[in-house]
Design a protein around this ligand. Structure first.
Ligand SMILES: [Fe+2]
Ligand SMILES: [Fe+2]
Length: 502
């Protein structure tokens, strides 16, 4: 109900200031639109109101409110059955969107048939409600673009009677409508930038992961596991994690951290990512050619037989994830052999001093790779792969993240840190590792173990992967409470089933 005139003027002024501040601080589009209608109804005493936004030559229905026909937000569409409208002069909202003119109608049932627009009575017919006065206003932004249309209906006078909207109402609505339009544009722009950034992250990270079939899909799954675990923490009612909660912006920050955690792998060579043996395929092929040449040059059948056996030994050793005790001595023997070619005569060869080809059958780098006692990576290769965590930090630190995503570089770069200080690259300990980094570490280990496409192992079964997590937690490397929740809450199941969003 409208207040009396002097009070109303003061109230309106205060309200306008409040609403202006509120509109600029709202970041959720639906909440913003609802707020616009609520506030305008408060200012004009309208019983109901609705709002449409312009999108691709149509008006899309967004919000409806009515004091008499009470509906919850979830049921707005079903209850009001408003539909999207074409932008033409058939409907009141369409006409306003088309012309930019405000309509102030005392009684929608008294509209002249000569007018191009008409009132759609279907809502009244469905609900028994009687619409009488209507104020239909364009939401024009600062450039005069029409962003949408708002409709206020049935202004209630101080006597409780339905009356027409006043000239004062028109001024108020138009003043606020332009601010609302700017606020709507801002929220939409933020949403567009966010979607753009999201697409860039998802597609660039997926492309990096897809460089190797062994890492394809890894970051997406780590994001899904991390989100699922964080949501499980939020749902925790008891135990040490009951006091830990992640807000919506924090969940978003964690999600981006997970998506981006391995972005530093962009600097790791493909051959290393795909490496399944001690030597790369190219290195093994080069060795094979050297042995072929040496065998071809030799006229001694015993020597040729020995070369053949050496090559078979190297090929077997190459595929072993360990170093047999007899291997170092045999390798030393092979490494001492040389491939020597016939003397090359000719100006160019002589000028270069290359009169005779003489190279070892195994280079020092190949020898070092074959002497690796555990796994298939040399210490240099390990260092190169481990360097990706630091690279992740360097890359992400250059991105001007918004305030709410400011910790993404740190969370992402800490995914190989361990609570006992045995991780890398900074050897941080528990006190310096936030929950987000701990969650990422668990998600990363679990996916590394269960993804069946790793080069150095076939996917461990889910149970044995969970067992490894428990062991790591028992050793004080992973967070015990989080691992326990991950397992007892069967957090991983929805991701493995492909049901959890990333
Ligand atoms: Fe990593
Ligand atoms: Fe990873």
């Amino acid at each position: 109900m409208k207040a009396t005139s002097p009070e109303r003027v003061l109230l309106e002024k205060q309200k306008l200031v409040e609403i202006s501040i509120a509109l600029t601080s709202e970041t959720d589009l639906h909440r913003l639109l609802s707020r616009i209608i609520t506030e305008l109804r408060g200012l004009t005493g309208a019983q109901g109101g609705s709002l449409y936004l312009c999108a691709q030559a149509r008006l899309t229905f967004e919000v409806a409110q009515n004091d008499i026909i009470a509906c919850t937000a979830d049921h707005e569409l079903a209850c009001f059955k408003y539909q999207d409208l074409p932008i033409n002069d058939n409907s009141l909202a369409g006409y306003v969107a088309l012309t930019g003119q405000l309509l102030n109608i005392p009684d929608v049932y008294e509209l002249s048939p000569a007018l191009p627009y008409h009132f759609d009575p279907s809502f009244d017919q469905r609900t028994g409600y009687r619409t009488r006065s209507m104020l239909v206003a364009p939401l024009k932004d600062h450039q005069g673009e029409i962003v949408g249309v708002l409709q206020l209906l049935n202004a209630v006078g101080s006597n409780g009677e339905i009356q027409s909207f006043s000239k004062e109402d028109e001024t108020l609505v138009l003043a606020l409508a332009s601010q609302a339009a700017v606020a709507i544009n801002t929220v939409r722009l933020i949403a567009t930038i966010r979607e753009l950034f999201e697409s860039l992250v998802v597609y660039s990270v997926s492309a990096i992961d897809a460089r190797s079939p062994y890492t394809a899909g890894h970051s997406r799954r780590v994001a899904a596991y991390s989100l699922a675990l964080a949501q499980a923490v939020n749902a925790c009612q008891e135990g040490p994690l009951a006091a830990v909660t992640f807000s919506e912006p924090e969940l978003e920050e964690l999600r981006f951290s997970a998506w981006l955690h391995d972005i530093g792998k962009i600097g790791v060579r493909d051959a290393l990512l795909d490496k399944k043996n001690k030597l790369t395929d190219q290195e093994m092929e080069a060795i094979r050619w050297r042995f072929c040449l040496a065998s071809w040059q030799s006229s001694d059948p015993t020597e040729r037989q020995a070369l053949q056996e050496d090559l078979v030994f190297l090929q077997r050793l190459n595929a072993l994830p360990y170093l047999p005790p007899e291997a170092p001595a045999r390798l030393a023997q092979i490494a001492a052999k040389h491939l020597t070619g016939p003397e090359r005569r000719g100006t160019a060869a002589e000028a270069e001093g290359l009169l005779r080809v003489d190279c070892p059958l195994l280079t020092s780098a190949e020898l070092a790779a074959l002497l690796v006692s555990h796994g298939n990576l040399t210490s240099r290769e390990y260092a190169e792969i481990q360097g990706h965590a630091l690279q992740t930090l360097h890359i992400l630190e250059k991105i001007p993240f918004s305030q709410s995503l400011a910790r993404v570089p740190r969370f992402a770069a800490y995914h190989h840190e361990r609570l006992d200080g045995t991780g890398y690259p900074f050897h941080l300990t528990a006190a310096a590792l936030p929950y987000q980094a701990r969650i990422l570490a668990i998600a990363d280990v679990f996916d590394a173990l269960t993804a069946s496409d790793r080069p150095y192992r076939t996917g461990a079964s889910c149970d044995s992967a969970l067992h490894v997590l428990e062991e790591e937690a028992a050793k004080g490397r992973l967070d015990k409470d989080l691992v326990e929740l991950f397992i007892s809450g069967r957090v991983y199941e929805q991701v493995l089933a492909g049901a959890a969003p990333a």
